[in-house]
Design a protein around this ligand. Structure first.
Ligand SMILES: Cc1cc2nc3c(=O)[nH]c(=O)nc-3n(C[C@H](O)[C@H](O)[C@H](O)COP(=O)(O)OP(=O)(O)OC[C@H]3O[C@@H](n4cnc5c(N)ncnc54)[C@H](O)[C@@H]3O)c2cc1C
Length: 453
């Protein structure tokens, strides 16, 4: 079997396949980068190191007999899905959602208006984003969206850089944050406190930051009639916390995070091509027949001055040839993990897990259940058949296919060589890890470690 993508969902899918006893499973795990772990390495915030300990679980999976890691192989570029189909009985797509949703408002592309995706990838040393520039000289930044990614972006902007220094944050990002002039971040949420997407722990972490006041307008913290009558138990924590926070007023700490609720940006305004203001519209909430509470513009506008905007309204999948893609939802067409075409007919032997299956929601652990569910379908589909299902589809034939393409494939042992060097570099700098920045540097480091034996 081939699994494309070595983020959490890819590893959990491999783990679930190895768990069953009936088949002798052989898994090749591909990643376009030389490094495994997807967003655990390039998404999860550098000051959330404890969460990154989950890679110990993935290391165990990688050590299973029958698993091969093929890093630095971009499926769709270096190898096509069609070619992989010739070599594997089943293919699992675990490619995540690597781009962002658009706001679709005027001024979105002005200089100084960025996606959260870019900023996150930049401070986490993702090789594709290390040369991005963020002008942090302004006093006020606006973050559009109030999910957990928006919380990460906000925290990184206002947190004391000294408190990030020993993490695995990119050194250039730390340097830029040290020079940052940002004193205030305004967070914009289109609905109310009961619908806020952040988890209580994330907003409370911001409220608890040293030197930072979290300001909530008491009127905006109040529940409207619709939300009060349909308040879900899991929203209670946020509502209570925001109510308490709204009573604290402005505070006198040097950094401010201002949470605005029931507002939507309608236009980003600029001067000389650069962001200067955001026009927002006040919303009211209405309940649809389905029970969903929707925001509706009221026609009341306000303008906020800002030098920097981060749009954090959700990630979106990237189409891959050979995987039917629902552009509207930004995920692969699938029925419980089995890939389908746009009309809903099953496409044999192709499966999806993780964000590309269900969209960009859920924590790392959510992918475990989700990958196991897909693995069950895969096993159901080959139940009663004996491995190897197709004697032509051998590991050696895959090796030959990759060799003829002259790809510089990174094995898991190669990754461990890189991993050690990053940790050693970090130790010398007083950091948990100092990541390599480019693929070329990584390949060079692997080469020299290999030749040093
Ligand atoms: C900014 C941010 C912060 C987060 N913080 C937390 C947190 O604190 N706690 C938590 O529990 N969860 C957090 N999450 C959520 C968590 O990261 C996701 O649930 C999880 O990573 C999704 O796993 P995935 O395997 O579907 O995708 P990913 O982790 O995105 O993995 C996809 C992998 O596929 C590879 N790939 C893509 N296309 C190809 C291709 N064509 N060929 C080969 N390889 C390919 C990519 O390189 C990548 O390695 C965060 C997410 C983000 C975005």
């Amino acid at each position: 079997m081939a699994i494309i993508g070595s983020g959490p969902s890819g590893f959990y899918a491999a783990a679930a396949l190895f768990k069953q006893k009936d088949l002798n499973v052989q898994v090749d795990l591909y990643d376009r980068l030389p490094t495994p772990y997807g967003l655990v390495r390039f998404g999860v915030a550098p000051d959330h190191q404890k969460l990154k300990a989950v890679i110990r679980v993935y290391e165990k999976v990688a050590g299973r007999e029958g698993l091969r890691f093929f890093g630095n192989v971009h499926v769709g570029c270096d190898v096509t899905v069609e070619e992989l189909e010739l070599h594997y009985d089943q293919i699992v797509f675990a490619i995540g959602c690597e781009t962002d949703r658009k706001l679709g408002i005027p001024g979105e592309d002005l200089e100084g208006s960025h996606t959260a995706t870019e900023f996150v990838a930049w401070y986490n040393s993702n090789p594709g984003y290390i040369d991005r520039a963020f002008d942090l000289s302004c006093k006020r930044a606006v973050v559009v969206g109030i999910g957990n990614v928006a919380m990460d972006v906000t925290r990184i902007l206002v947190k004391d850089p000294d408190a990030l220094a020993n993490s695995d944050i990119a050194s250039y990002a730390l340097e830029a944050l040290r020079k940052s002039g940002v004193e205030e971040v305004i967070l914009l949420g289109r609905r109310g406190p009961a619908q806020a997407a952040f988890s209580p722990r994330e907003i409370q972490e911001i409220g608890g930051l040293e030197g930072v006041d979290l300001i909530v307008d008491p009127k905006e913290a109040e529940l409207d009639e619709v939300s009060r009558t349909s308040l879900q138990p899991d929203a209670k924590n946020n509502v209570e916390y925001l109510t308490a926070q709204s009573k604290l007023g402005e505070g006198s700490k040097p950094q401010k995070v201002r949470l605005r609720l029931c507002v939507s940006p309608v236009e980003i305004l600029g001067d000389n091509g650069r962001v200067t203001e955001v026009k927002i519209e006040k919303n009211e909430l209405r309940q649809e027949e389905s029970g969903y509470i929707r925001s509706v513009g009221t026609g009341q506008y306000e303008t906020l001055s800002a030098g920097l905007i981060f749009r954090s309204i959700g990630y979106h999948g990237v189409p891959l040839e050979g995987l039917p893609f629902n552009e509207k939802r930004g995920i692969a067409y699938n029925k419980e993990g089995r890939v389908t075409d746009s009309s809903g007919s099953i496409v044999p032997n192709k499966y999806v897990v993780g964000w590309i299956k269900r969209g960009p929601t859920g924590l790392i652990g959510t992918n475990k259940r989700d990958s196991s569910a897909t693995a069950e379908k895969m096993l159901e589909d080959i139940a009663g058949k004996k491995a190897p299902l197709d004697p032509q589809k051998t590991p050696e034939a895959v090796d030959q296919m990759l060799a003829t393409k002259k790809l510089k494939v990174v094995t898991f042992e190669d990754w461990k060589l890189l991993d050690k060097q990053e940790v050693d570099k970090g130790t010398r700098l007083g950091k948990v890890r100092d990541k390599f920045l480019t693929v070329a540097e990584m390949m060079e480091a692997i080469e020299s470690a290999r030749s040093a034996g």
